[in-house]
Design a protein around this ligand. Structure first.
Ligand code: ADP
Ligand code: MG
Length: 701
């Protein structure tokens, strides 16, 4: 069997064995021959180039030097033994250091033999050294056989200790490739490959590991990136297609009393043009007899929540239930509070379900949901659990940052016979490439207009040493009747330290803003919910002028009279978080300010973040910058979803390939919507391997 060979356990490869096999599984997630083939180099080094000792600098990731090894010395004892040697060429000397393998190495170097030394230089004190360099004598073969592009593989300390450093892995690859290459199957349709002029999979694998020349490498990389993005897009578009082919979709035929009463007597303002447009889009989705799957994007404070709420009311008007899912308990609670308050005159039953809902109450809630007595339920992830059953779920709203993968969203649809309409709201605008990858199966609505009368927030950067000036400004603002947030970072790993920062800050503010002229609130995650609520309420009611808080207030809380946001240690926040925080002010008609406090020493990236914040209030621009600075893996909330674990493609750089891959995936589905053509059999195969998503496949077969 062709396939089976690549599934052979990695330990059976010559040169691996049980011990290394174990390590490869644990450290590199390489289980089979096939996995090793897909363990790609992360960079290539030019082993045909030689440096001189005098040219060595820390900017060079690797150097290769020809020279003599002299003055071998041992230091320390037993486990702490260290061996040093001096490498000398005609321009100078540098140190080589070993901590392991000393027994074998200490007599290995001959003083009159010229060696090739290869490794990463680092600055130690004022001298360069190389720790654990690769060393071999200069022989004609040693130089000539090295290509200009040697693969460098990721390794780990443990792998290295078993001889599986980059070079060791490369050796395994040299053993495996000739044996395995004929078992490799193509994963893209031949027609497509020739049309887009990318190499076949065999060539690609050979060239990615051992590129014969830069052009071949470039093509191999392009093919792997394309393939990766193509399958993600194909999966998304296929989901979308399957959904649209399915008959069902609740029809919200009428606009009834709930909506009308809310609109006429609770809302208290005119919808913006953008809000109206989005409501129309949602109206037509929910009338079409198909399931709505819509992403609602818009900057903080643009009025998405209002739109979501009205959508839920339309569901209720048609006899359906609605559900709103928030990313955190706090946010779920705040939604629950504000929605309950808004809907109070309408006599609508709203429930809250989170991980910390007590079991007695949970039982009650679940029963009321199932019986249809509860019309709106708000909660966290807890809502996805199978025990949560609805009588007639009409619409699900998923609030910001909940970067669900497509499979997780699918789980929500399975609630109920006919899938509910889905509205995903993201408060942090996300870059196009990310949106296409995370939400590529959704239709998109954008609210690109802020409610009228909002003035752009002025953002100012101040160093900690100017704190007194900032306090003076705060006093002026309070005199004008405004309120102020002072926010401290909260980083999970050092909660106690962060809390100390916060309480110290609180004390110094209370000292400078004393009673009876001023009153200060404090809110943080370790307070009892009742106390927290009490403090929040005092601020909301205007009884306190300053709210000292952790990022608890990042989302949700809405006090239009608050016009200043002071962010302490702003350098410790990510861009999207800064933008979110800033969005807490500027909600009223007054000029609002955001003051970013930092220390004098700022890293390059921190300075860039601060600069962008000062320069721009455009959430989309900030999101693009965030992606550039941090890379997609770190964008808030994407880690859990796992779908951004891209092996080859980089969403910050590969927008063009992504768009192309999406277009190709669309073409393929237009030509063969159910992937039935024999020429596409390998595509189905590949999708199956990549996405073990039962829901999806049960519908295909
Ligand atoms: P988002 O969810 O997009 O952050 P919200 O729906 O919470 O925004 O709205 C932010 C604030 O603006 C709320 O106080 C809301 O009542 C108010 N608001 C929303 N839409 C309008 C509008 N069209 N005119 C005036 N105020 C609005
Ligand atoms: Mg909101």
């Amino acid at each position: 069997m062709i396939q089976e060979y690549l599934k052979t356990s990695i330990e059976y490869l010559k040169g691996v064995g049980p011990k290394r096999g174990d390590l490869l599984r644990k450290e590199a997630e390489v289980f089979t021959f096939g996995d090793l083939l897909e363990f790609f180099p992360f960079r290539y080094v030019d082993r045909s180039k030689f440096y001189k000792v005098s040219e060595v600098s820390e900017d060079l990731p690797y150097v290769q030097i020809r020279g003599y090894i002299v003055d071998v010395e041992l230091h320390g004892q037993k486990r702490a033994t260290r061996m040093t040697a001096t490498l000398r060429d005609d321009t100078g000397t540098m140190e080589l250091v070993w901590f392991q393998g000393i027994k074998w190495l200490k007599n290995a170097f001959k003083p009159n033999v010229e060696y090739i030394v290869f490794g990463k230089p680092s600055l130690f004190g004022r001298r360069y050294n190389i720790v654990h360099p690769e060393v071999e004598p200069v022989t004609p073969g040693a130089i000539n056989q090295e290509s200009a592009m040697q693969p460098v593989y990721n390794s780990s300390e443990k792998l290295k200790s078993q001889g599986l450093d980059s070079r060791g892995i490369s050796k395994l690859m040299r053993t495996l490739l000739p044996l395995a290459i004929d078992h490799v199957r193509e994963t893209l349709p031949a027609e497509m490959l020739s049309a887009i002029k990318l190499p076949d999979r065999k060539t690609t694998l050979l060239h990615i590991h051992f590129p014969p020349d830069p052009m071949a490498l470039k093509k191999a990389v392009a093919r792997l990136k394309f393939e990766e993005l193509f399958y993600i897009q194909l999966n998304l578009l296929r989901h979308k297609l399957l959904r649209s082919e399915k008959s069902g979709g609740h029809v919200f035929r009428k606009i009834g009393d709930y909506f009308n009463n809310f609109y006429n007597s609770c809302l208290g303002f005119e919808l913006t043009g953008a809000q109206k447009r989005v409501m129309k889009e949602i109206r037509s989705d929910t009338l079409a007899g198909k399931q709505m799957n819509r992403l609602l994007q818009g900057d903080v404070g643009s009025g998405k929540t209002v739109v979501a709420l009205m959508t839920m009311l339309i569901a209720l008007d048609n006899g359906f239930q609605a559900c709103l899912m928030a990313p955190t308990e706090i946010l779920a609670f705040q939604h629950f509070e504000s929605i309950s308050r808004l809907l109070n005159p309408l006599n609508i039953k709203v429930g809250l379900l989170t991980g910390s809902t007590r079991s007695a109450q949970r039982r009650q809630l679940l029963k009321a949901l199932k019986d249809g007595d509860l019309q709106i339920i708000i909660g966290t992830h807890a809502l996805i659990e199978d025990v949560v059953q609805f009588d007639k779920l009409g619409v699900v709203v998923i609030d910001e940052q909940h970067r669900f993968g497509v499979a997780q969203r699918a789980k929500l649809w399975s609630k109920g016979h006919v899938p509910p309409h889905i509205l995903v709201m993201t408060a942090t605008p996300i870059p196009r490439t990310l949106a296409m990858t995370l939400y590529g199966d959704l239709d998109v609505s954008v609210i690109d207009e802020l409610p009228p009368g909002r003035k752009p927030i002025k953002t100012i950067h101040q160093y900690d040493s100017n704190r007194l000036k900032v306090f003076g400004f705060m006093r002026e603002q309070i005199k004008l009747g405004r309120q102020i947030y002072v926010v401290y970072p909260l980083i999970k790993e050092s909660e106690t330290l962060d809390l100390k920062d916060l309480t110290d800050g609180y004390e110094s503010i209370v000292r400078d803003f004393p009673l009876p002229d001023y009153a200060v609130s404090i809110v943080h995650g370790q307070m009892k919910p009742a106390d927290k609520d009490f403090e929040m309420q005092r601020f909301v009611k205007g009884q306190t002028q300053i709210m000292v808080a952790t990022t608890v207030i990042e989302v949700g809380i809405d006090v239009p009279n608050a016009s200043v946001m002071v962010i302490e240690s702003a350098e410790r926040f990510g861009l999207s978080q800064l933008h979110q925080l800033r969005g807490r002010v500027g909600r009223g008609a007054d000029q609002s300010y955001c003051i970013l406090m930092t220390g004098h020493k700022l890293s390059n990236d921190a300075r860039k973040r601060i600069d962008v914040m000062v320069r721009s209030t455009d959430g989309f621009e900030i999101a693009e910058m965030d992606l550039k600075l941090r890379g997609p893996g770190d964008i808030q909330g994407t880690q859990q979803s796992g779908i951004l674990d891209l092996k080859m493609a980089d969403l910050a750089k590969d927008e063009a390939i992504l768009k192309f891959a999406r277009a190709k995936a669309r073409e393929l589905l237009e030509d063969d919507p159910h992937l039935e053509k024999p020429a596409h059999r390998m595509v189905v195969q590949r999708l199956r391997t990549l996405y073990h998503d039962k829901l999806f496949w049960s519908r295909i077969s």
